[in-house]
Design a protein around this ligand. Structure first.
Ligand code: DGL
Length: 285
């Protein structure tokens, strides 16, 4: 199975695009709903929680895990890739959402190859919206500096957006107030971005409200399709990894909290019923 991890059910927006682009594979989605949101947690805690989730997915039979969560990708991916995998799981792979999303912000094509495709010469302003932790990590700025050194990046933390989504508050005057509050600093007329990336898997659920507040000339990027198109290209470049993936078209959903709650929220998001199981994660020593 391809393991797909998010702190909450927002990562289903990424899973949905993966399944659409690559329907032949088996998928196991894990949401750490009991401990979501991760966005305001410390680096050490996000690493610990993410590692427990990744290890659970490995133990269930996933050779490849996608961290669909930006917060986990910015805070835990590098240590997992550089320290944990070589020492404990040399045969497994973990990929994140930041690099592919930064490539899209830079205007690079989906088949861009890290270290081979030359940097983009694009100029102007782009923006990324994310959780406090994602923005504090500066990961998007670091990636963009390599991928498109002439692009100016505006970064904006939207601390309450993911909790609003988890609470099912997708519209209404209260939600609009919080959308406005985080969008206003990004939409200064003299530095209006050409593109805004929704750098949190929960934010696409707020898209109708965001779209109403953002001028039409500004492109809004969501991560599902970006991550899916780049995974297609990654699998083509890594046939040894691709060969390890099951092709039964199976989908399995797991959560660390109430499976009925997850199935209700997740089913509404995907527009079809789903059933989920509750799992317990173990500390990784
Ligand atoms: N889904 C997570 C992300 O993409 C954020 C939600 C959270 O704060 O846990 O960053």
């Amino acid at each position: 199975m391809i393991g797909v991890f998010d702190s909450g059910f927002g990562g289903l927006t990424v899973l949905d695009s993966l399944v659409e682009a690559l329907p032949q594979y088996d998928y196991l989605f894990l949401a750490d709903s009991a401990r979501a949101p991760y966005g305001a947690r410390s680096l050490d805690v996000i690493y610990e929680f993410t590692l427990e989730s990744v290890e659970w997915l490995f133990n269930e039979g996933c050779p490849l895990v996608i961290l669909a969560c930006n917060t986990a990708s910015t805070r835990a991916l590098r240590n997992i890739q550089q320290l944990h995998l070589p020492a404990r799981r040399p045969d497994r792979r973990v990929l994140g959402v930041v690099r592919p999303s930064a490539e899209a912000l830079a205007g690079l094509p989906p088949d861009a190859v890290p270290g081979v495709t030359p940097p983009s010469l694009a100029t102007g302003v782009v923006a990324v919206l994310g959780t406090e932790s994602t923005i504090a990590s500066d990961s998007y700025a670091l990636e963009l500096r390599k991928l498109a050194p002439r692009l100016e990046l505006v970064q904006q933390a939207c601390p309450l957006w993911a909790p609003l989504v988890e609470a099912g508050e997708l519209a209404g005057p209260g939600t609009e107030w919080f959308l406005r509050r985080s969008l206003e600093p990004v939409l200064a007329p003299r530095r209006l971005p050409q593109r805004i990336l929704l750098g949190c898997t929960h934010y696409p659920l707020l898209l109708p409200g965001i779209r109403r507040l953002v001028p039409e000339s500004v492109e809004i990027l969501t991560q599902g399709e970006i991550v899916a198109s780049r995974l297609v290209s990654w699998l083509a470049r890594h046939p040894d990894q691709e060969a390890r993936l099951g092709r039964g078209g199976r989908r399995r959903f797991a959560t660390t909290d109430d499976p009925a709650w997850f199935a209700g929220r997740g089913g509404r998001l995907l527009g079809r019923p789903l059933s989920a199981e509750r799992v317990r994660l173990r500390p990784v020593h």
